[in-house]
Design a protein around this ligand. Structure first.
Ligand code: DGJ
Length: 744
């Protein structure tokens, strides 16, 4: 049975090492990853990434490839599959590492200098050490596999072991992946822009390179660090082999997919080296971000479910980690909260924008509570000098005109209504028109004699400076403590530019591209430790900073500023390809939509938003009693199904780009509940199906339709499915089925 079965055939992760053939094999839940050192000490090359393979078979494959290698007596570059290739030798694909030694040598020559395997709770960590033959550089290749998952975390740590001057690292990637097969391949990835994030693209991979990247200092709206590759035409939603990768980095990143002359597909990814050579000083260690890979034999759906489960259990969850990669926290930062449904949230941005005050927010809070919201979030506009987007960023004290007694009275009011209280902040930014900038103009990224480009009238604080990072922690910490705040929407509304750091000229100021992000991660972790009860949402003009690195530090992501429910269908479909729906914050907003002007029924707006974590962003003061009553009903229904949506398995029944209908099925982990959410746009008479069959149920189990009380078997639901309502354009449904144990 697809979907459900992947999680039931759990085999513990394990590492096998065969000293004779110098073979390392990593067992994952239903797959194997293996590599081999072709001669004693020679740098390893990939042997297998795919279906679970017995060690015997791998040894046989290693021997035959070893014979081939020995017969040729030379490295044939186009046949090679280095685990961590370097510039300067006979490999011509994008290398893992481009480095220069102090004597001008621009070629690294590795040998394997050891390896170790450590069990860490429900994960196994393999580290293989590659040391340069003559220079003091070591690469620690790290592989972490979790029991019950087919996701392999990979990263590299570079270490200068001392004895000569700094090594110039011109490019350092986190991992190289080799995807087997030589036939036509299809790649899927996510692209977009502001207001149209995470659009799923599907293309046949042509010879040459496909470069997915951000040079913006943040993850970006344009492309997202996720991809899948599969044999063209061989894969469906529920079956076929899919290789996928996802990067845990929230700064400039790069993933290159390239076919080699031998027809292999090589993928390399990690930090973007654009404008960022790094000096590795004697004794220093450089931890690169995690580049995770996953394999599934259960089609695009299996790949997606694999990412969701991994994120819920090992990224979003409170995990004790000993990994040293900076993209994941090295200690628990979640305060032990398990990943579960998020509170229903109300956010006041679309209702009030910058023109906020205490009484108006209290009125909205009272209405939000009536509808069933559990968290009330005061968005932009609350702090000193913030009349519009031209001023105030950096001055994180409540505006005395709007909140004369600070945020306390609003927090008290919200709490007394039984909701939690959240605020919006954009801590990495400063408006030139602010007290902070007037006092510390040197705190922003800048070159002394260049004009700093503003974007949304703001500049970026250089968090690579320890004094700035420390100030920023204190500023947010004070807001959280003084305001009795339970939630922060952490926004970031511009890319980095003119990334100068004048005080460090001559001392590798380019490292700020990476250090800014690492400092941000540390600040979030520090805040989480200081305020373990506070939840965080990542936002960057909508969904511009959604990636595994942020997911490890926040509860959720603001998916897009486009809240038009029909537009959201495609955005949310794409988001859920890579990221767990529990992390996807969706709001129900007004009709006509303030951005697009489209009118959509309230039920439609709710159904679409219920496919992730539900929020409301409407001007509730303008809603009539009938709308409040209908909204309360939808929120109540959502509260019944949200656990299944948040932690259930996710099956895409129909994709909007295929035929205009989007339909998703969520199955509770214990299969006690099945939810189907569907929505469509303009529909042509007789051109659309009138019902949608379900998948992945046990045929002989029985389910009660929560709306009609009708009892239906799994076989019935999978053969006949749910009826689509007769309405033509912009229809939607939310069907719920509860398993009835022992029913006939
Ligand atoms: C951009 C965000 O995406 C919006 O939701 C809102 O918070 C504004 N910033 C506030 O300035």
């Amino acid at each position: 049975m697809t979907g459900v079965s992947a999680r039931s055939k759990v085999r513990p992760s394990a590492v096998h090492y065969d000293a004779r053939e110098r073979l390392w094999a990593i067992d994952l839940a239903s797959s194997t990853y293996a590599f081999v050192s072709p001669e004693d000490g020679a740098p390893p090359r990939n042997l297998h990434w795919g279906a679970a393979a017995p060690v015997d078979a791998l040894l046989r494959a290693a021997r035959s490839s070893g014979d081939l290698y020995r017969a040729r007596r030379v490295t044939h570059a186009d046949d090679e599959t280095p685990e961590y290739g370097v510039a300067g030798d006979l490999h011509f694909e994008e290398p893992g590492l481009v480095a220069e030694y102090p004597d001008g040598t621009r070629a690294v020559q590795w040998h394997v200098s050891g390896h170790e395997v450590v069990r860490e709770g429900d994960a196994v960590l393999l580290t293989v050490r590659l040391a340069d033959d003559r220079h003091p550089l070591v690469a620690h290749l790290c592989y972490r596999a979790f029991d019950g998952h087919d996701v392999l975390e990979r990263w590299v740590e570079l270490e200068h072991t001392g004895g000569e001057g700094p090594v110039v690292v011109r490019a350092a990637r986190s991992a190289e992946w080799w995807i087997p097969g030589t036939g036509r391949r299809t790649v899927r990835y996510l692209h977009g822009g502001w207001g149209r994030e995470t659009q799923l693209v599907e293309n046949v991979l042509a010879p040459g390179k496909l470069v997915l990247e951000s040079r913006r200092g943040l993850t970006g709206h344009h492309l997202n660090p996720w991809f899948t590759v599969s044999a063209t035409g061989a894969v469906t939603e529920e079956s076929g082999a899919v290789w996928s990768g996802e990067l845990a980095w929230s700064g400039s990143w790069k993933i290159v997919l390239e076919s080699t002359p031998a027809g292999r597909l090589h993928v390399v990814g990690g930090w973007n080296e654009f404008d960022a050579p790094l000096l590795l000083a004697p004794g220093a260690r450089l931890g690169l971000p995690v580049f995770a890979g996953s394999w599934s034999s259960e089609g695009f759906g299996g790949s997606r479910r694999g990412w969701h489960a991994y994120q819920r259990e090992h990224v979003l969850a409170s995990e004790q980690r000993s990994g040293r990669s900076p993209s994941f926290p090295s200690r628990p930062v979640r305060g032990g909260r398990p990943v579960g449904p998020r509170p229903v949230l109300y956010n006041s941005w679309e209702a009030t924008e910058f023109a906020v005050d205490l009484d108006q927010q209290l009125r909205l809070a009272e209405r939000a509570a009536r509808v069933g919201a559990e968290m009330f979030v005061l968005d932009d506009g609350w702090f000193a000098g913030r009349r519009d987007d031209t001023a105030g960023l950096g001055d994180w004290t409540p505006d005395p005109g709007k909140f004369p007694k600070g945020l306390g009275p609003l927090a008290d009011g919200v709490h007394s209504l039984g909701m939690r209280f959240g605020v919006w902040m954009e801590p990495e930014m400063v408006n030139p028109d602010s007290s902070l900038y007037r006092e510390h103009p040197d705190w922003v990224f800048h070159f002394e004699d260049r004009r700093g480009s503003t974007w949304r009238n703001q500049l970026v604080l250089n968090l690579a400076r320890p004094d700035v990072a420390d100030w920023l922690f204190q500023a947010v910490d004070t807001v959280l403590s003084d305001g009795d705040v339970d939630f922060v929407k952490w926004d970031m509304n511009r890319a980095l530019s003119e990334t100068g750091w004048p005080e460090e000229v001559g001392r590798n100021p380019e490292r700020a591209w990476m250090e800014h992000v690492e400092a941000l991660y540390r600040i979030l972790e520090r805040l989480r430790r200081a305020h373990p009860e506070v939840a965080f949402e990542s936002c960057a003009s909508g969904g511009g900073r959604a990636d595994l690195g942020m997911l490890a530090r926040v509860e959720q992501v603001w998916t897009s500023d486009d809240t038009d429910a029909w537009d959201r269908v495609a955005i949310q479909e794409g988001f859920a390809e890579a990221y767990a729906p529990v992390a996807m914050m969706n709001w129900v907003t007004d009709s006509p939509n303030p951005l697009t002007g489209r009118r959509l029924p309230l039920s439609y707006r709710f159904h679409v938003a219920m496919g992730g974590s539900l929020g409301i962003g409407a001007d509730l003061e303008a809603w009539g009693e009938d709308e409040i009553a209908e909204a309360s009903h939808h929120v109540a229904v959502y509260k019944q199904i949200r656990r299944t949506v948040a932690v259930g398995s996710h099956h895409r029944l129909e994709r909007s780009s295929d035929g205009g209908i989007s339909a998703t099925q969520y199955v509770a982990p214990d299969r006690s509940e099945v939810v189907v959410i569907a929505a469509w746009g303009v529909r042509r008479f007789a051109a659309h199906p009138s019902r949608i069959p379900l998948v992945a149920l046990a045929p002989d189990e029985h389910y009660e339709d929560a709306d009609t009380g009708e009892l239906r078997s799994g076989a019935d639901l999978m053969a006949i499915g749910v009826d689509l309502p007769g309405s033509l354009d912009y229809g939607s449904l939310c069907a719920r089925f509860r398993r009835v144990p022992g029913a006939p």
